[in-house]
Design a protein around this ligand. Structure first.
Ligand code: CA
Length: 390
């Protein structure tokens, strides 16, 4: 069992010491073509232009890629999601490009996925970008930001709002190409053994909550704790921590967290739609013919939809089970608590943007502008509809 955590996890000390010059190097990804028009891509097009009977196309040796992941083997939704996208690519390409998946720790440790793909040890990776904040603070905008974009908004920003172009630009410095490849949807606020009726109830609260959410809790007077997934249950059960967040009903049920805490709070303000990433070693991608590049890109898009759909279906069933069979008490965070946490989150996120250089500031500006624009539309569409059917 690797010591991997998921979707909002421990601080990754291993990745906090990136040499500055790596961050500063900017490669001209636009001229080389982030998504496809490359020398190899054009060569591939030329080959297929010569006709379907061109034997050089159908008899070329299969290309074999390795995919390293941050997840234990077959970890629900995440490990299985990695396998899913690998199988899609292999099957869609008729075996011309086959992808073999390695669980965290098999080929490289879970939190060395970024580096391994960056240097070409593996051609692909399956992870979440907020683990790499030691490389560049702005990577967190492409995974999850407290009170940031939900899953639908993330996909809209990434695919049609300029987000993926910025992400591609950011990762070009590391010889990587990113694609969104899954989403948890909005997570749960976490498991508590005391009620949260006001912001003062967070004072002194020892809670396992990683990343930016943890920083926000700290500013609210709480004590964020980083723990690997395997230690969460026992720590909560024995009172080493007072509360914990994990993912959502599906994964939380599997962890048995209902046996260690009484109240299950919502919503997961700290992870409103965590995006998973597929990382690709850029030279490997650019060496593919155009059709295989399109297959990789399309497989990631299909897997992105599939994971969000899986979480939606499984969370719904698991929530029912938690309440009906295990007597879990669901609680909403009070409005004034959420308002305060939102203000503190804005502070934290603004500071990150200010400290992450010109590209980080551009990412933040794009993200914030998209959030403001899409929130107005969300309010009179999804939100209004949700309220109408309550
Ligand atoms: Ca989480």
């Amino acid at each position: 069992m690797v010591n991997a955590e998921t979707l909002g996890m421990i601080t990754i000390n291993q990745v906090t010491s990136e040499p500055d010059d790596t961050q500063m190097k900017r490669r001209d990804f636009l001229t080389k073509g982030a998504l496809g028009i490359t020398a190899a891509g054009l060569a591939g097009c030329a080959a297929s232009d010569s006709g379907p009977n061109d034997s050089s196309v159908v008899t070329s040796d299969p290309i074999r890629w390795k995919m390293v992941t941050s997840w234990p083997s077959n970890f629900p939704a995440l490990g299985t999601g990695a396998v899913h996208v690998a199988e899609l690519i292999t099957r869609m390409s008729g075996g011309r490009l086959s992808v073999e998946v390695y669980a965290g720790g098999e080929l490289v440790p879970p939190f060395e996925v970024f580096d391994a793909v960056s240097r070409g040890t593996a051609q692909m990776g399956h992870s979440a970008s907020y683990y790499w904040k030691g490389r560049h603070e702005a990577v967190q905008f492409f995974a999850a930001i407290p009170f940031g974009l939900n899953a639908q908004q993330m996909n809209s920003w990434l695919y049609h709002g300029g987000g993926l172009e910025l992400w591609t630009e950011l990762y070009a410095d590391f010889d990587l190409i990113p694609f969104p490849v899954g989403n948890s949807g909005v997570q749960m606020g976490g498991w508590f053994n005391r009620e949260i009726n006001s912001i003062t109830d967070l004072a002194g609260l020892k809670m396992r909550i990683p990343g930016l959410g943890g920083e926000v809790l700290k500013r609210a007077g709480g004590i964020p704790v980083n723990l690997p997934g395997a230690e969460i249950f026992t720590s909560l059960k024995t009172g080493v921590i007072d509360a914990t967040e994990w993912i959502g009903p599906y994964n939380d049920l599997a962890f048995g967290l209902y046996q260690a805490a009484r109240y299950y709070y919502y919503p997961g303000w700290h992870e409103p739609g965590t995006t998973l990433e597929c990382l690709i070693h850029r030279p490997a991608f650019e060496a593919l013919p155009d059709d295989l590049q399109t297959i990789v890109q399309t497989a990631c898009q299909a897997a992105n939809l599939d994971m969000l759909s899986e979480f939606g279906a499984r969370n719904a069933r698991a929530l029912q089970q938690l309440v009906d069979e295990h007597g879990v008490e669901l609680r909403p965070f009070p409005d004034d608590v959420l308002r305060r946490l939102r203000d503190l989150s804005d502070e934290v996120v603004t500071e990150i943007a200010a400290g992450s250089g010109p590209l980080g500031q551009r990412v933040f500006d794009s993200y914030r502008q998209f959030r403001d624009e899409s929130s107005a539309w969300q309010q009179i569409s999804e939100v209004a509809y949700s309220q109408a059917i309550r």
